[in-house]
Design a protein around this ligand. Structure first.
Ligand SMILES: [Zn+2]
Length: 120
């Protein structure tokens, strides 16, 4: 078991990006640039987002990326909650980035950074 601590939300940046997009100050190509790898990771390792895509309205996925020096080559990879559970049990606290991804228009945004810690 693990829990998330030290949450850093990026909702403000998300709102800013969407506002700039609607005002034409941010190009759609720059905001909606999820590459194949990110879209595949969201499909295979992500979960359904509670929110629709803010750009095109399609259903989105949320995918978690793990980071820690202790993970070695596994740092910077997309993981399911079950896998994060095992990684945290193995190496201790790790940083997790939660990213929302729209497969339809390629919108993607870092929602929050959290630390996954083992629950004892
Ligand atoms: Zn979209």
């Amino acid at each position: 078991m693990f829990s998330f601590e030290h949450e850093v939300s990026h909702e403000w940046q998300r709102r800013t990006a969407l506002r700039e997009l609607s005002q034409g100050r941010l190009r759609v190509d720059d905001a909606c640039d999820a590459d194949f790898l990110l879209r595949a990771a969201a499909e295979h390792h992500g979960v359904d987002s509670p929110r629709p895509c803010p750009v095109c309205g399609a259903p989105m996925r949320e995918v978690k990326w793990v980071y820690s020096e202790k993970l070695g080559r596994r740092t910077g990879t997309a993981r399911s909650d079950e896998e994060i559970d095992r990684l945290v049990a193995e190496v201790g606290p790790i940083t997790v980035h939660v990213v929302e991804v729209c497969a339809a228009c390629k919108w993607n945004h870092l929602l929050k950074e959290v630390t996954a810690v083992p629950v004892v």
